[in-house]
Design a protein around this ligand. Structure first.
Ligand SMILES: Nc1ncnc2c1ncn2[C@@H]1O[C@H](COP(=O)(O)OP(=O)(O)OP(=O)(O)O)[C@@H](O)[C@H]1O
Length: 257
């Protein structure tokens, strides 16, 4: 698949990617490399210039309930009078006699919303205003909203960005638990934080290099890449295509991109 905005330079070129059931994939790459664009294409918000995307065999956008999405930087005014449960119930919203796309009456939807918050360890915060919650707690609420349609694939764009390092591990443990029921794709700049959790890695820098579960099994990505993802790794690995191929640690003059 190829993609450009408004027919200008290709943002994504020659992309070939399969996301399998129960996969837990990290999408990494430099700023502007096309990670969020790839997610928007999978969601059907953008259309490829060339090639095609299928979600469970259907064009993206047809099976909206099969995909759960938490975008990057969800900004909410701290004074906005909406509770965590209200946010989760948006996952049911739509039109008609019943409460939204779920086809459930409102009471049943509330029950399901509370059960989903419980699953994410957030039931006790259900009636709290969203502005009262920490970054990690909000992120769990947004994930609960995305899970309301029982998606087969959960797409998370930079979910750990607003979470402190202590909370990050709990959050990733939670994703690991959710991954038993749903495939997860997580866009991240924090490869080493997620490296103990993910089953595959897609490096996106206009092109895509995929590393399968077999390829990353049994050794940490840090050993494979032998560099910091924030500086040398993300540029050089993407350029060279293979982890560990002649890379130097950051600070080494030869290793700089
Ligand atoms: N709506 C848009 N219209 C035109 N160009 C866009 C649009 N959105 C993104 N771009 C461009 O497409 C390229 C890829 O952007 P994208 O946001 O997908 O990258 P990214 O890898 O997610 O970056 P980051 O890590 O900074 O979030 C960038 O050059 C960006 O400027």
């Amino acid at each position: 698949m190829d993609f450009s905005y408004n027919g200008e330079a290709l943002v994504l070129s020659d992309i070939n990617l399969t996301i399998r059931e129960h996969d837990f994939m990290a999408v990494i790459g430099p700023n502007g490399g096309g990670k969020s664009t790839l997610i928007r294409l999978i969601l059907g918000l953008l259309k490829p210039d060339k090639g095609q995307i299928r979600v469970l065999g259907e064009p993206p956008g047809k099976l909206t309930q099969a995909l759960g999405y938490v975008p990057q930087n969800v900004h909410i005014n701290d004074h906005f009078p909406i509770t965590a449960l209200d946010v989760v119930l948006m996952g049911c919203l739509g039109t008609g006699r019943h409460f939204g796309r779920s086809g459930l009456p409102r009471k049943a939807c509330e029950k399901k919303g509370l059960a989903t918050l419980e699953r994410l360890g957030m039931a006790k915060h259900a009636r709290k205003k969203i502005g009262e919650l920490s970054g990690g707690q909000r992120q769990r609420v947004f994930i609960a909203r995305a899970l309301m349609t029982r998606p087969r694939l959960l797409l998370l764009d930079e979910p750990t960005a607003g979470i402190d390092s202590g909370g990050r591990r709990d959050f990733l443990n939670l994703l690991e638990t959710l991954n038993k029921d749903v495939a997860i794709v997580v866009v991240t700049h924090d490869l080493f934080a997620v490296s103990g959790y993910v089953k595959s890695v897609a490096c996106v820098n206009h092109r895509l290099h995929y590393h399968s579960q077999e390829e990353i099994q049994g050794q940490s990505l840090e050993t494979m890449y032998d560099c910091s993802v924030e500086d040398v790794c993300r540029v050089q690995v993407l350029a060279q295509g293979l982890p560990g191929a002649g890379l130097k640690r950051s600070g080494d003059a030869d290793g700089n991109p």
